[in-house]
Design a protein around this ligand. Structure first.
Ligand SMILES: Cc1cc2nc3c(=O)[nH]c(=O)nc-3n(C[C@H](O)[C@H](O)[C@H](O)COP(=O)(O)OP(=O)(O)OC[C@H]3O[C@@H](n4cnc5c(N)ncnc54)[C@H](O)[C@@H]3O)c2cc1C
Length: 498
């Protein structure tokens, strides 16, 4: 009996100690965490901003509603799309080009689920890399939906509904964007899909219909075309990638048609209907006639819209523009003096590297530095094969602005490097000021255009003339020689190899 009493007492003692400990823990948990800077959204804008803030000595928090960091770009955008573009490119190369190189293959097959699994592991590795960077830089990461309560307080609600309130001297909105839709289209995420689902298909579609001939539509269309699907693109404008230079859009259209993609330009989609495992898409073609096509998947890629749901903008009166984008001034400050916004959620190109630059700008400004972004020199890239890339002014913009310019061009097929690899499609076009010869725009369709455009950005940041580029030694044989040759053409109309 005595033994039992002692044991019971011991248990009660431990229990009360535990209760006391838990109680203490509760007190700690209810003590509000406070930060110098809190960033809502962990995409390339948000996480890069968080790292820079931490580097500059700010006590920094990053809030993300999903379990993984990295936002659209790392989870359902840039990285997974490039993983699938690379996988499908290998398959297509093996099927179409290996024989020309004297390489025979007895059998060739595609395992789509494995391809998708590989893509997932690439995403996984990349997002884990961001966790590591947050730890390394001592950024506090809070997972949950962030809602701005007032100028200096944010409520973070996790997926189990548990709420935590934090205090922050400054708030940076980096909540990104979501796929846009047309009001009459019901996206069922199975057959009528957005880019997110298109990155997860478990089979090669028979007929993949793409609504929207912009970057995302062309890249994902390319993936499935290379894997053997019929691909039809329906575009409202008279040309694909309408924001790019006209000659580039024309050249890209030509090479993609050569690869078998079909295009309906100046065509307006009026109805999208799912019938079993089929999708019927009706559109008004460029002659004004109604046409209906059938496919097994329809990707709606008509652009993206800013994402501000549940953010609590109304609680503090942060203004948005007519397109729902958070309004900012040239310092990326909203109408509230300690709240900033960056990336897809504000005006400008919806690109990861633009979001990153903006994240760094806001962090450095808060540290009283004087950073600057040259928005004219944010390059844009389409990762088709060949790739398309451009920076600076397009020819159409120069005409509209009444700028007198010279244009130089060089065809990729004239390069020794291109003939050696067999990637001969494309061209480089350089636009320079008629009087000063300063480079105003560089536009490329070529294998590796995404990397080539960096030379143009560097040259233009240093306000190089076309002659400068023409006189710089370029390694031989490389695709970059086409940039030099186009520059020589723009300078004096004297390329060497054409
Ligand atoms: C298929 C596809 C391919 C692309 N390819 C490229 C490419 O090759 N190159 C390129 O430059 N761009 C590409 N983009 C565009 C690029 O992904 C975006 O421009 C970029 O991700 C924008 O970054 P961001 O930081 O502004 O926002 P996002 O990356 O969208 O991140 C915003 C984050 O905020 C989180 N969030 C939102 N609201 C809240 C809230 N209230 N609380 C907590 N968290 C919240 C979201 O969950 C998300 O994680 C692609 C996009 C897609 C869809």
């Amino acid at each position: 009996m005595r033994k039992k009493e002692i044991l019971l007492n011991k248990i009660l003692y431990k229990l009360s100690a535990l209760m006391e400990f838990l109680n203490f823990e509760c007190k700690i948990n209810t003590m509000m965490q406070n930060f110098d800077i809190t960033i809502i959204g962990s995409g390339p804008g948000g996480y890069v901003c968080a790292i820079r803030c931490a580097q500059l000595g700010f006590k920094t928090a990053l809030i993300e509603k999903y379990d993984t960091l990295g936002g659209t770009c790392l989870n359902v955008g840039c990285i997974p799309s490039k993983a699938l573009l690379d996988s499908s490119h290998h398959y297509h190369d093996a099927k179409e080009s290996f024989e020309d190189h004297g390489i025979g293959l007895d059998s060739l097959s595609i395992d789509v689920p494995k391809m998708i699994e590989r893509k997932r592991s690439v995403v996984d590795m990349t997002t884990k890399g961001i966790d590591f960077l947050m730890d390394k830089n001592k950024v506090t990461v809070l997972h949950g939906m962030g809602t701005i309560k007032d100028k200096t307080h944010i409520v973070v609600k996790d997926k189990d509904g548990k709420e935590e309130e934090i205090e922050s001297k400054n708030i940076i909105i980096a909540t990104g964007s979501k796929p846009a839709n047309l009001p009459f289209i019901e996206i069922d995420k199975e057959r009528i899909i957005t880019s997110t689902e298109a990155l997860e298909l478990q089979e090669v579609p028979k007929h993949f219909i793409v609504i929207g001939g912009g970057v995302i539509g062309l890249e994902l269309g390319s993936v499935y075309k290379r894997l053997g699907a019929d691909v039809t693109v329906i575009e409202f404008m008279p040309r694909i990638v309408p924001g790019m230079d006209g000659a580039i859009s024309k050249e890209l259209n030509k090479v993609l048609r050569k690869q078998g993609m079909k295009f309906n330009l100046s065509s307006k989609v009026t109805k999208v209907e799912r019938k079993g495992d089929e999708v019927e898409v009706t559109f008004e073609n460029k002659k004004g006639e109604e046409e209906t096509i059938k496919g097994d998947y329809c990707l709606v890629s008509i652009g993206r819209k800013p994402y501000t749901e549940s953010l609590g903008l109304e609680n503090v009166g942060v203004e948005v523009d007519e397109r729902g984008r958070v309004k900012v001034d040239e310092h990326l400050k909203t109408n509230i003096d300690n709240i900033y916004a960056i990336g897809d959620v504000i005006k400008g190109a919806m690109l990861a590297h633009k979001a990153e630059e903006e994240g760094i700008l806001v962090a450095e400004q808060l540290a009283n530095q004087k950073p600057h972004i040259n928005y004219n020199l944010i390059p844009s890239v389409v990762y088709t094969w060949p790739e398309a890339a451009g920076v600076g002014k397009t020819e159409e913009q120069l005409k509209e602005e009444g700028v007198e310019y010279k244009a130089g061009q060089f065809p990729i097929r004239a390069l020794g490097r291109a003939r050696a690899s067999g990637d001969i499609d494309g061209m480089v076009k350089i636009l320079s000021d008629k009087k000063t010869d300063e480079v105003l725009g560089v536009h490329i369709v070529s294998a590796r255009a995404a990397d080539m455009i960096a030379e143009a950005v560097t040259a233009m940041e240093f306000r190089a003339s076309a002659e400068d580029i023409g006189r710089i030694s370029h390694a031989h044989p490389t695709y970059m020689e086409a940039v030099k040759e186009a520059a020589l053409d723009a300078t004096e109309g004297r390329p060497i190899h054409t």
